[in-house]
Design a protein around this ligand. Structure first.
Ligand SMILES: [Zn+2]
Ligand SMILES: [Zn+2]
Length: 235
């Protein structure tokens, strides 16, 4: 259930925002940037809207257009959840969907985000998030990919890479079918990234976690670590 809280006001994905944050922290969130529309990345967005209803300004949801189209069609559709882009009124809605162009930087709070398309089973994007002198890369859900790494190599100030690994090596068929990575693909993927940048692996499917842990350890890269819940980083 992927969620990164960037600076208290901006979240990247909303898989677990209402599960992990107390109400006052939920109320501080002004915008959510989405990698894609899969449920493990948007599940708590409807509840965040509910919990912070009648906030002073609409909650902004930012992503490239295909992600927002899926969200409107399949979540905020007045069937699964009310269409909060029109409630309580069209002129002052609880949620504002803001499409962003892929490949071009946009501002979100105090940081600059750039979305890059990655290889997943639905339209999905990784993000380079930058402030002056420091950048961090999030892969989102992806199988082997290229464009994201091209931009990672150009970012001279990259401080960390957050890369998905979802299934163990024994599950490579399901990983391939669902466009995710396994540990055996990591050396090839990370060979495309700039060297000597710490790597945090995330998005491990819970039943695969013990095997993934062993398989990543066997790769012998001490700067590649499995991310744990509720870790905090300062870059
Ligand atoms: Zn996904
Ligand atoms: Zn996912």
């Amino acid at each position: 259930m992927t969620t990164f809280l960037i600076d208290g006001e901006t979240a990247l994905d909303a898989g677990a925002l209402t599960e992990t944050l107390p109400l006052p922290a939920q109320r501080r969130i002004r915008r959510v940037v989405l990698t894609h529309a899969h449920l493990d990345h948007v599940a708590t967005l409807p509840f965040l809207v509910d919990n912070t209803y009648r906030r002073a300004a609409p909650l902004e949801v930012l992503a490239p257009a295909p992600v927002l189209t899926a969200l409107r069609r399949h979540v905020f559709n007045d069937v699964i959840w009310p269409d909060f882009t029109r409630l309580p009124s069209r002129s002052r809605p609880a949620v504002r969907l803001r499409p962003v162009p892929a490949g071009r930087p946009f501002r979100a709070g105090g940081a600059t985000f750039t979305a890059f398309p990655v290889n997943h089973i639905v339209p999905a994007y990784g993000y380079l998030i930058s402030r002056p002198g420091r950048s961090v890369l999030f892969s989102g859900d992806t199988s082997e990919t290229e464009e994201l790494w091209e931009h990672a190599r150009r970012a001279r100030d990259l401080k960390a890479i957050f890369l998905e690994v979802s299934f163990s090596n024994a599950q490579r068929e399901i990983a391939r079918a669902s466009c995710h990575l396994t540990p055996q693909q990591l050396p090839g993927e990370l060979a495309k990234a700039p060297a000597r940048v710490p790597v945090y692996l995330y998005h491990m499917k819970p039943p695969s976690l013990p095997r993934i842990r062993r398989e990543v350890k066997a790769l012998g890269q001490r700067s590649w670590k499995l991310l744990e819940s509720e870790r905090r980083f300062r870059f």
